[in-house]
Design a protein around this ligand. Structure first.
Ligand code: GLA
Length: 411
């Protein structure tokens, strides 16, 4: 008798759950086919922090085209923190009416009319890092709002997330974006806290691997309760992560500081290394007023091609001698990029005998065999041909600078 009662209880419960119509299954996975090469664009945070408004964003979109950045491959115009106004009584988020009086849909239309894409920013917690409304509890509503505005990219931050776990929180927003029906790149920004490289590729296109970048070559910026890192420090923190990157899912060592105050050679080294590690290339400077040197770095198409190589293999540190690190990145068609990075404060000689050994990348299995074949060399910063691998490379790399070459494999 007891058993029969239990059976009825179970059946009754199941029936009532069914009658509530709870039969929609969430899809917690990302849209397929986005960011097959590392995303390229611009973001407001590094230069403008909370000082964002629609005029700035429109001017940046204009400059993206007129400066040639768009032609070089930069596509996304991403507004970071502090665009927000309040939620209305139904819970819908609105932009700050003083800063964005025309609204986000009009801004997205403007950006799209230039052949560019628009990104926006929110946070998995109750508030953004800048103290604006976060998406916690409003994920599906916010995703729907962004879709109705025509947003193409969402950077989703990790402040004020007490009690949340990274994987679950980012799966929730991924499901919300799926449900909203508009493909958007999801930029996971939880600073590496919950090892996003182990779960991020199913839910988003890129994941921050570290805390925030700072515009110095090799310093640590102490902000009291947290610190930001110079570009070399961030580079060091990418160790052991390359196997997690590939087409559609990238390690994100944070946005570029090129043009934000470092010396030109340091900017060049920073940009080169981000390209060697297949990082997203999100410019963080004022592209309306760039120096010729800054523009030449950001728009160097041959260096960008290393980053954007369709094979999508993140480069690796091959050797270290004194202050010079040698990095390699296998490229499509049997080509390779090689970058000698001088972290020291004195110029260093480079002497590299291509034939001294056959190099095999254990991850991609690509082989650089200068004993069997001749590669032609191209210096990617002087943009000049630089001989072949028949004879050893002899050169010099300035302090805080790089010597970066592409080895072309003739089939
Ligand atoms: C965090 C992120 C930054 C930026 C700020 C905005 O620090 O890591 O990239 O988005 O928040 O407040």
């Amino acid at each position: 008798m007891k058993k029969i009662k239990l059976l009825f209880a179970v059946l009754g419960f199941a029936a009532s759950a069914y009658s509530q119509g709870n039969n929609y299954t969430q899809d917690y996975t990302k849209y397929q086919g986005l960011a097959l090469t590392p995303p390229m664009g611009w973001n407001s945070w590094n230069k403008f922090a909370c000082n964002v408004d629609e005029n700035l964003i429109k001017q940046v979109a204009d400059a993206m085209v007129s400066s040639g950045m768009k032609d070089a491959g930069y596509t996304y115009i991403n507004i970071d923190d502090c665009w927000h106004g309040d939620r209305d009584q139904q819970g819908f988020i609105h932009p700050d009416p003083k800063r964005f009086p025309s609204g986000m849909k009009a801004l997205a239309d403007y950006i799209h009319s230039k052949g560019l894409k628009m990104g926006i920013y929110s946070d998995a917690g109750s508030q953004t890092c800048g103290g604006r409304p976060g998406s916690r509890g409003y994920e599906f509503q916010d995703a729907q709002t962004y879709a109705s505005w025509g947003i193409d990219y969402l950077k989703y931050d990790w402040c004020n997330t007490e009690g949340l776990r990274g994987e679950g929180a980012y799966k929730t927003i991924a499901a919300a974006l799926k449900r909203a029906g508009r493909p958007m790149v999801l930029s996971i920004c939880e600073w590496g806290t919950d090892k996003p490289w182990t779960w991020g590729s199913k839910v988003g296109e890129l994941w921050r691997t570290t805390g925030d970048i700072y515009n110095c070559f090799d310093c640590i910026k102490d902000n009291g309760s947290w610190h930001a890192n110079g570009v070399m420090k961030i580079l060091d923190m990418q160790k052991g992560l390359r196997q997690y990157a590939g087409p559609g899912h990238w390690n994100d060592p944070d946005m570029l500081e090129v043009g934000n105050g470092m010396a030109t050679n340091e900017d060049r080294a920073h940009f080169s290394m981000w390209c060697m590690i297949a990082a997203p290339l999100i410019a963080g400077n004022d592209i309306r007023n760039m120096s010729a040197q800054t523009a030449a770095i950001l728009k160097n198409k041959e260096v960008i091609a290393v980053d954007q190589d369709p094979m999508g293999v993140q480069g690796y540190q091959y050797s270290v001698k004194d202050s010079v690190e040698t990095w390699l990145k296998p490229l499509q068609g049997g080509d390779w990029a090689i970058c000698f990075l001088n972290r020291g404060t004195k110029a260093q000689k480079v002497d590299f005998d291509w034939k001294s050994e056959v190099i095999t990348d254990t991850l991609s299995k690509a082989v650089l065999d200068a004993q069997k074949q001749v590669y032609t060399l191209r210096n990617l910063w002087t943009m000049k041909d630089a001989g072949t691998t028949k004879s050893p490379l002899k050169g010099e790399v300035a302090a805080h600078d790089v010597l970066m070459l592409r080895l072309h494999h003739k089939n």
